[in-house]
Design a protein around this ligand. Structure first.
Ligand SMILES: Cc1cc2nc3c(=O)[nH]c(=O)nc-3n(C[C@H](O)[C@H](O)[C@H](O)COP(=O)(O)O)c2cc1C
Length: 375
């Protein structure tokens, strides 16, 4: 289908500004709905395998679900075959706003399966996948890429090739294939800006988002049309609304969404590890409780335990401030009763505090800042 990219952007995607990234095992329906509630304008599904999706009904049922409120939505597939990508896309095209080709996955499994960033040098194959899908679908085709490190010209030509093939929107993660794991490092916003300036289609910038203020900064510095976050929204699903809710409130909301739209229990627990990431070192026994959780009831009980360990019912702000002050002053005495776990944890936190620029207490949603991130 031939469609003007800007009409698509404006009328189908509704000119989004804040975008929730595709994340394997994480950006499933309940999580997407949670981020939408906190001002995400557009969500991506997790990456799905086009070949399995088109051939295996069980995989389809287990891996993808949506609902009316889950819109606009881009469903992402990995693929190395035009027929597979088209077949998978045909199955979802009326349940989403666009289908996306993943050209950025750097994982070993993508190397073995020959997809994601491992096909980024095979421009003929990629072009064939996009052209075939564009010719046969009523839904626009989009792509998400990584850049070529230190080779802006190649990144620009790459992006132009995608646009020429029919890509209607480009997500640009400003890191290369090799920037992963311990080599992740900062994303290259100037390169995203260059790529954007050589395209006529909308661009979503991705990488380096820790705080709400980074969102506008990213748009300003890259001139992108929107900005995408992955890791930070896992830790703070309310990022786009410029808020830092209590971890127990967000976890509770997420669990409620999961009870309406069930997903794999291990994925729910994985979200809890992200949401409670700064509380768990404070409360080792509760971390064990989360590790051994088997049911929703266990998770509800975990939430209540964290809340009662860290929440002061009469004056929550006061307690937060007192605890934080103790952390900062290294003061062991407390007007409130903390269990032994909490005291050990708070001491640990104090050590971290010396290196961290964060001024938020650990029981509110906030980003994970990698050691040496700012150095
Ligand atoms: C848990 C996790 C799963 C991811 N899965 C996908 C995926 O399915 N498809 C994709 O294109 N990128 C995936 N990514 C990459 C993100 O979409 C994003 O490009 C990357 O994390 C950089 O953004 P960030 O700096 O905001 O984290 C994943 C990232 C994380 C943290």
């Amino acid at each position: 289908m031939s469609q003007d990219p800007w009409e698509f952007w404006k009328y189908k995607l509704k000119s989004p500004k804040y975008v929730s990234a595709p994340m394997v095992d994480m950006s499933e329906l309940p999580f997407r709905l949670l981020t939408r509630k906190y001002d995400s304008d557009l969500c991506y599904s997790p990456m799905l395998h086009s070949s399995k999706f088109s051939k295996e009904p069980r995989y389809r049922k287990d891996m993808f679900s949506t609902c009316v409120e889950d819109s606009p939505l881009i469903v992402q597939f990995c693929s190395n075959d035009a027929a597979d990508f088209l077949a998978a896309s045909l199955l979802v095209q009326y349940q989403c706003t666009a289908v996306d080709l993943n050209l950025g996955c750097p994982q070993k499994i993508a190397k073995r399966g020959h997809y994601g960033a491992y096909i980024m040098d095979e421009w003929e194959l990629i072009s064939d996948i996009i052209k075939t899908a564009t010719r046969n679908l009523e839904t626009p085709v989009t792509c998400k890429i990584r850049i070529y490190q230190d080779d802006c010209r190649k990144s620009i030509h790459y992006a132009q090739m995608l646009e020429k093939a029919g890509c209607k929107l480009l997500g640009v993660h400003g890191r290369s294939l090799h920037q992963k794991g311990s080599l992740t490092g900062p994303a290259d916003w100037p390169q995203i800006r260059l790529v954007k300036s050589h395209l006529s289609i909308p661009v979503i910038a991705n990488g380096n988002i820790l705080e709400y203020s980074d969102l506008d900064e990213c748009i300003k510095k890259t001139s992108a049309d929107a900005v995408m976050s992955a890791e930070t929204i896992l830790h703070n699903p309310a990022l786009f609304s410029d808020s830092h809710p209590f971890v127990w409130d967000i976890a509770q909301e997420f669990l409620e969404l999961c009870s309406r739209y069930p997903i794999n229990f291990n994925h729910i627990r994985a979200h809890f590890f992200k949401i409670f990431h700064l509380c768990l070192p404070l409360l080792p026994r509760l971390r064990d409780k989360l590790c051994s959780a088997q049911t929703d009831l266990d998770l509800h009980s975990f939430i209540e335990s964290v809340r009662s360990a860290l929440f002061f019912p009469h004056d929550n702000d006061l307690r937060a401030r007192v605890l934080l002050q103790q952390i900062k002053l290294g003061n062991g005495t407390s007007p409130y009763t903390l269990d032994a776990d909490a005291i050990t944890g708070l001491n640990l936190l104090k050590q971290d505090e010396d290196q961290s620029s964060s001024i938020l207490p650990p029981w509110v949603c906030q980003p994970f800042i990698r050691p040496n991130y700012f150095s």
